[in-house]
Design a protein around this ligand. Structure first.
Ligand code: TYD
Ligand code: MG
Length: 454
């Protein structure tokens, strides 16, 4: 039996050293290393842990390829992101801003598992451990989501922060799924520091990972994100867990996007789209038109449609541009939903290659619906939204899909056919792409004259 040993862990970045150091060699912080006891069986990087059953090397050819058992969450959107459901014994980190809806989503998964909807031969009991809310608070939340409390069987709530208690409960109830909400609230006497400190988070997480791997119980761990967009503390867990999911969404919008950043058991570029409603989180059915403004007046200027891809899915998005003459020496450039640097680059291309005098203008660009887009296929859409506002030409029923290069050339984008198909499906006939024009200036000349959409 291995004994537990000691390591020194930086509270800022999670750097680990066998001896105490005054300054962290990784992040340069002074006096940030704290003593941290490593539980005997969590000594290897927990991600690499295999079950504690002693294992001898086996010939690859002799290892059976049985299909993995997956537990459905009851949300096809979430199952898709996970690669088909939750894999037994896997550890999933669900990260997101406070208030984005992590607890709501997980409670609903627990309810889905408990209700006949997805009941299967797999063990569908759920142990929901909350370090943030009391049982009564969770009950109150449940009553918002689901009215018939009596139907809910097999969902056990444990309001606790002490990992020893949690471990006992898991061993006693042997649930089919454990939810830990959140890792920042869990604490153990065996690790130094306050709850939420890196050493506590690492210790508690490695304990949960050990439980998941040895007892083959999937565990979903919630991690809050700090202002900088890092998962506070749990960033150090990223190599330990099997899957990292991010739940994203703006406070002002009800749309929530679930993304996977790492997945040992599925794709990493899939997204799930949800909407936060008064009665809980619901998955969206008409995703293609979710980001379009409804009942937009026909002759509005400064609006154009583009098609962005997330994973294998195409979405129509409305790009809005507003150009007004500036009253300040350095005009404003404000972008929401697209990278600011991308906007600056596009403005430079418009000015240089299309002779559009924007240097004295304030320019605002917004992706309607609170979506953040990194797909360069919306470049042309951004250019034309700005052009539309500048020239007061309505392009609101035009679809533009193309990357724009520094020379003002239209560049091909991936999956153009799929994007065009999606646009046509929703009734948009005018699609501008690198197939119809070679350069941005050709497009602009043509639209200025009254259009040739191709
Ligand atoms: P929550 O799941 O507590 O967020 P997190 O766990 O990520 O911190 O979500 C809290 C927000 O969700 C809160 O602003 C209220 C809202 N909400 C709804 O809109 N509908 C609902 O049915 C519920 C339960 C919450
Ligand atoms: Mg919560």
């Amino acid at each position: 039996m291995k004994k537990s040993s000691t390591a020194y862990v930086c509270q800022e970045c999670g750097y680990e050293s066998p001896e105490w150091l005054g300054k962290c060699p990784e992040c340069g912080m002074w006096n940030s290393l704290r003593e941290f006891k490593i539980p005997a069986s969590a000594k290897t990087s927990a991600g690499k842990q295999i079950s504690s059953v002693s294992q001898k090397p086996r010939k690859l050819g002799e290892i059976g390829s049985h299909s993995v058992n997956r537990l459905s969450t009851g949300f096809s959107e979430m199952d898709g992101v996970l690669g088909g459901g939750i894999v037994a014994g896997s550890v999933i980190l669900l990260a997101g801003d406070p208030g984005v809806g992590k607890s709501t989503l997980l409670l609903q998964i627990a309810l889905n598992l408990s209700l006949s909807k997805v009941r299967s031969s797999l063990n569908s009991s759920v142990l929901y451990i909350s370090g943030e809310e009391s049982g009564e608070q969770i009950k109150l939340r449940t009553s918002r989501i689901y009215k018939n409390h009596k139907d809910i069987e097999n969902v056990y709530i444990l309001s606790a922060t002490n990992t020893d208690l949690v471990q006992e409960a898991i061993e006693e109830y042997k649930p089919g799924l454990v939810i830990v909400d959140s890792i920042q609230t869990m604490e153990s006497e065996n690790a130094g520091g306050l709850s939420g400190s890196i050493s506590q988070i690492r210790y508690c997480a490695s304990l949960f990972i050990k439980i998941a791997k040895t007892q083959n119980i999937p565990i979903i761990i919630v991690g809050h994100v700090t202002k900088e967009g890092m998962v506070a503390g749990p960033m150090v867990l990223s190599h330990m867990v099997d899957t990292i999911l991010f739940l994203e969404g703006e406070k002002s919008s009800s749309i929530r996007i679930l993304r996977s950043f790492k997945n040992r058991f599925g794709p990493v570029d899939e997204v799930g789209i949800f909407s936060m409603e008064a009665g809980g989180i619901v998955q969206s059915n008409s995703i293609e038109q979710l980001f379009l403004t409804k009942n937009l007046p026909k002759n509005v200027t400064g609006s154009i449609i583009s098609v962005a891809m997330e994973g294998s899915r195409a979405f129509l998005v409305e790009i809005q541009g507003l150009v007004v003459s500036s009253k300040i020496p350095i005009p404003r450039r404000v972008s929401s939903g697209i990278d600011y640097k991308r906007l600056e680059l596009i403005l430079a291309v418009l000015q240089k290659h299309c002779n559009i005098p924007l240097s004295g203008m304030d320019v605002f660009v917004n992706v309607a619906g609170g979506l953040k887009i990194s797909d360069t296929a919306v470049d042309l859409g951004i250019c034309l939204a700005i052009f539309s506002s500048f020239k007061n030409i309505s392009l609101s029923t035009t679809v533009a899909v193309s990357e724009v290069g520094l020379l003002g050339e239209l560049r091909p984008v991936q999956f153009l056919d799929r994007r065009i198909k999606e646009a046509k499906k929703l009734g948009f006939k005018n699609v501008i792409s690198h197939n119809t024009y070679r350069t941005l200036s050709e497009v602009i000349r043509s639209l200025g004259k009254g259009g040739n959409y191709g």
